[in-house]
Write a protein that binds this ligand. Structure first.
Ligand SMILES: Cc1ncc(COP(=O)(O)O)c(C=O)c1O
Length: 464
């Protein structure tokens, strides 16, 4: 079992520099040998997504057929912003939009979907569309002349790509209105109303609210119905960052967790996380196609035709930032076309069930505490040593545990700060992980924590 083979960068650098030297065009045997060495080095280092010890990040080994079509895409080189260059990818994008919207529930005759290179770019793009809807002249005139102070409301646990987007959009991350969370780390609608009132009283013009379907830290899913009510009352654009857990929509059993999502304005959805395809493959859905083309408004005669025709009707470029864009939808469309939604839904259900099982195991263990009820496949918890520690020392202990577990190399878990205090975090992305593996992880944590506590006691005893 291997969690993460974290090597000293100097060692990898030395190996890679050695491999870099001596390249020559005419020695096929040397090429084969070196290629083998490079692949070997690549596979041995970095995250080990196929090992059950890997529980630390939001990536999975991909569906094999996705990897095959990625190779085909690399060979064919058909970028996907314009129908002319990538005919099948643009058609497949239309089809996958319609397929997945059956579960999302946006109005079938009005919605739009476009792929973007990652969830961060999808969030930025949706927030740009929201900004341009509220301030239609901003694209041309910028924000400097505005009478009001534009602001964006976000949940406390929002991903950093959203706060970063506020900076990029000229809103300023100082103009973010933080919406308080409930005990399960979802946006609390009543307290959100109060925060929005307070922001308005401070002269902020909140035009967009960003919620999460699967927050990065705990996998929490915000209450979209209640938030859509607030957005409707106040004329806000409601964007959902569903990079992590929008995929739950494809499972009949898990879909109710995202109740109300059909009422939001836009949704970012990473297929390279919980749809198990190679990175990157992100979809951005808009309720209303007209809003989608509001994000970008420039002209470029060499690509954008002034009069639409049957070909340009399939172009994605008016809706996405990229000019050259990977035909990423192929890695999702192909397995979907071959197998339908069942493998996606089944794997997601299994991962969410495993997360529930892990929580039960933690709740029964006297020396661990789960920190929330799982809403997707992410779970945060703390190790509690026998000896009482204050909050700061307990937080430091979690950080040290994580570092030592990683150094041992059998398991890879992550660490996250919740309300300023460190916690351990597991993400179940590998369907081969069982309860037994999780018990082994807890034993490993007990061992390293025991060693840390002994070392601490010895340091305290040692004469100054
Ligand atoms: C909730 C959430 N939003 C956005 C992102 C960013 O997505 P990407 O890495 O595809 O840019 C992540 C990545 O982990 C995420 O967890």
């Amino acid at each position: 079992m291997r969690g993460l083979a974290l090597a000293d960068p100097a060692l990898i650098l030395a190996s890679a520099v050695k491999l870099t030297r001596g390249g020559t065009p005419d020695d096929p045997e040397a090429h084969a040998r070196k290629l083998g060495q490079i692949i070997d080095l690549y596979a041995r280092t970095g995250i080990q997504v196929y090992s059950p010890g890997y529980m630390g990040r939001q990536f999975s080994g991909p569906l094999p057929v996705s990897a095959v079509i990625e190779l085909v895409s690399a060979v064919l080189t058909q970028p996907a912003s314009f129908y002319e260059a990538g005919q099948l990818p643009n058609v497949a994008e239309r089809i996958m939009g319609e397929e997945l919207n059956r579960f999302l529930g946006f109005p079938a005759d009005r919605f739009a979907m476009v792929t973007t290179s990652g969830g961060s770019l999808a969030n930025l793009t949706a927030m740009l569309a929201a900004r341009n809807r509220r301030y239609p002249d901003a694209w041309r005139d910028g924000l400097a002349g505005l009478a009001s102070r534009p602001a964006i409301a976000v949940g406390e646990d929002v991903h950093y790509s959203v706060t970063r987007a506020a900076g990029i959009l000229g809103i300023g991350d100082g103009q973010l209105v933080r919406l308080p969370l409930d005990a399960e780390r979802r946006i609390d609608p009543e307290r959100a109303r109060e925060a929005l009132d307070a922001a308005a009283a401070r002269g902020l013009d909140v035009f967009c609210m960003v919620a999460s379907a699967g927050s990065t830290s705990t996998g929490a899913i915000d209450p979209f119905d209640a938030l859509a009510d607030i957005a409707a009352e106040r004329g806000l654009w409601l964007h959902v960052d569903g990079a992590h857990a929008a995929s739950l929509l494809v499972s009949d059993r898990l879909r109710p967790r995202l109740r109300g999502i059909e009422r939001v304005d836009s949704l970012a959805w990473d297929a390279h996380k919980t749809m198990f395809v190679p990175a990157v493959c992100t979809m951005l859905f808009y309720r209303d196609a007209a809003a989608a083309v509001g994000a970008f408004q420039q002209e470029a005669s060499y690509v954008f035709e002034k009069t639409a025709d049957i070909y340009t009707a399939f172009d994605a470029a008016d809706k996405n930032f990229e000019c050259t864009k990977r035909p990423m939808i192929m890695s999702l469309w192909v397995p979907w076309a071959l197998y339908g939604r069942a493998p996606f839904a089944e794997k997601l259900e299994q991962l969410c069930d495993m997360t529930e099982t892990a929580r039960t195991i933690l709740a029964r263990a006297p020396d661990f505490v789960p920190l929330h009820r799982p809403q997707s496949n992410i779970l945060c918890f703390r190790y509690l040593p026998e000896q009482m520690l204050d909050d700061a020392a307990l937080g430091r202990l979690q950080g040290e545990i994580r570092t030592r577990v990683r150094a041992r190399g059998r398991f890879f878990i992550s660490k996250v700060d919740l309300d300023g205090q460190a916690a351990l975090r597991v993400v179940f992305m590998n369907h081969r992980i069982t309860a037994d593996h999780f018990h082994q992880l807890l034993d490993e944590i007990r061992e390293v924590a025991g060693a840390i506590m002994v070392e601490r006691a010895e340091t305290e005893k040692a004469p100054a």
